[in-house]
Design a binder for this molecule. Sequence first.
Ligand code: TPP
Ligand code: MG
Length: 801
Amino acid sequence: MSQPTTKKALTFEDFKEEIFNDYRIARISRECSLLGRKEVLTGKAKFGIFGDGKEIPQLAMAKAFKNGDFRSGYYRDQTFMMAIGALNIQQFFAGLYGHADINQDPMSGGRQMGGHFATHSLNENGNWKNLTQQKNSSADISPTAGQMPRLLGLAQASKIFREFPQSDKANMFSVNGNEVAWGTIGNASTSEGLFFETINAAGVLQVPMVMSVWDDMYGISVHARYQTTKESISEILKGFQKTEDSNGYEILTVKGWDYPTLVETYAKAADIARTNHIPVLIHVQELTQPQGHSTSGSHERYKSVERLAWETEFDCLTQFRNWIIENNIITVEELDTLDNELKKQVLEGKKAAWSAYLDPIKAEREELIQTLNTIAAQSANKVFIDKYVSDLGSIKEPIRKDILTTARKVLRLIINESSKQTLADWITNYTNKIQPKYSSNLYSSSSLVVENIEQVQPLYDDSSEDVDARLIIRDNFDKIFETYPETLIFGEDSGNIGDVNQGLEGLQAKYGETRISDAGIREASILGQGIGMAMRGLRPIAEIQYLDYLLYAIQIMSDDLATLQYRTAGRQKAPLIVRTRGHRLEGIWHSGSPMGMIINAIRGMHVLVPRNMTKAAGFYNALLKSDEPALVIECLNGYRLKEKMPLNIGEFTTPIGEVEVMKQGADITVVSYGSTIRIVEQAVKELLEVGIDVEIIDAQSLLPFDIKHDVVKSLQKTNRLLVVDEDVPGGASAYLLQQIIEVQGGFKYLDSEPQTLAAKAHRPSYGTDGDYFSKPSVEDVFEKIYSIMNEVNPTKFPSLY
Ligand SMILES: Cc1ncc(C[n+]2csc(CCOP(=O)(O)OP(=O)(O)O)c2C)c(N)n1
Ligand SMILES: [Mg+2]
């Protein structure tokens, strides 16, 4: 694709060729939309959402988009992806069919519905490609405005690279911070909080971001008057306009059907953002939806006849065509010929995509049919098997579910026959081969997975002193920032005062306001900053001030960060560390421990719950050697407790996915984590006085949990299990039980019913009594364990109540 040309002197032939090429892309894209809808309506694809009516502004955006730039957008952008050479016709249809092969559907390997775009930042081994030499698109997600927080980070990365070129160690991510991050969003989705939060933050940070709003006046059926004050996003954002002596945005408006002005506008926007790192908002007005919102409905139901007529007239492709003809650039005849050619080309591409999708499945079916025929020949149930075979064979467009369902149904019919094992093996092999197509890459597949991290113990000598634990965190971060130029930390109060608990004390003065920075009170976009920067090779640490406020960010962690590797089939990663502090302190919003909610929302990330600051520091050190995203929760009540200062600060690691047996015991195993560990330790001391010997295991790492299965080894000795935490009943304790009982097979070794002790179902009440009556206390733990032992030996341990 050629670069912006409007300002260069061009020969007419060059100019004509460029217009011709643009028209070609737009026309192909439109044909894909039209044919795509038919594919859904005839049942070949399940759902379609297309970019028709938005083609022309995307051509303009693609012209201004350079190598190294990043897009963060939404489902209307197929034309843009085609224009940057990241999506061809066959790939478009592969995505529509959900082709579970990343080489066929490079957007997601069939994991996302069509219209969710991505480029590959990683090679097949999970290692970075040189992102400065390609045009990049971060992987789309479906929640409206979910692309916004990440956009902020993608843009901010350029700012960091410009200021700290050494943070790009291998020169793979940036050339002098010249990269622009390009956002796209629908008009209606600007109603989301994430949009406004990100817009404000980018204005504060002054990052090179060009935000396009594709305005077609609707969000599905809901008109702009229900979405946007004054029905115009550029109108209401006017206060963000940058002036000579203020920060802010350049705000531009343009009609979405006006090709030459669009090209000019985008070139100007790119220049402002790229050169001066000033964010730009382009409100692209008067766009249309020729086929309505998606394949799920028809827009004739909610648009007036007048609106529909206007949309036909102002269809941007029609307007572009008219402009080409009126300006005598290309003749009607030439365009008609081209249209016919391209129609055929799209049809051919579609056919190729369909056979590429279907042929392997048909071959798999054939393989099963052969196997079943052989089995049927010797079976008492031949008639029934034959029927299954003929039903399967007659499916015109089989899917894998048809194949496996048939095989598994037949298996039941031959349970007592000699050929059973043949079929059972076939099913197992087939599943082993196919399942990864749908399940792989939830975590990193590179050599930097957490399992590979080399472990380093904290070292002490006779001179090692007990210090306030926050000093261990602080000195460890100091070492981290010194060692890794690509690291930076940001959050509320993280900069100037060095975080609310002084874990970053003095570090801003040492490393500068960019690397150790204060952020606005905006958790979702703090997370987004981290995601975007991590996608561009930096190692951000996003700080969420308190665990209880993580909820504002959990949507974006869950939808964006945790799914990133999975939804790109391992072709993008964001090794972001999220730092927060929580568990017990005081009051409803400063002492929650909603771990069950968190671990269930963010599979795809690691969740680490260190019991003290040495453990926490070790987790940070370990994570920086890996390329996986993680959440680290420090104990809010632990900063002022004393811990020994290790000698090898910045180097020792806490193993991720391993438990620690803190105390050996013979009678019962107690598994806990975080702040309740200290409660358990105290109770265990008191239990020893009455003759009960408890083994204490600190889970440390909830995701992944105990990959070596050490807990079950403990159960083999004690035969009893209690899980203690301060989440709600059935929260993370239920997860730990599932892991120990089901995954590790712990039930085989239990002589007593496995139990949990959690907090009350309500939020913790305020004050020390609030805590005592809300969360497990030393007495609660004592009595719970005692009662289990009472059941075992009532004579030795008579009941307390
Ligand atoms: C958080 C969330 N809520 C609802 C939806 C369902 N939804 C998908 S697209 C859409 C309308 C978006 O309209 P707009 O932003 O104007 O984009 P357009 O499709 O018009 O280009 C809605 C409500 C969603 N994807 N995510
Ligand atoms: Mg819209």
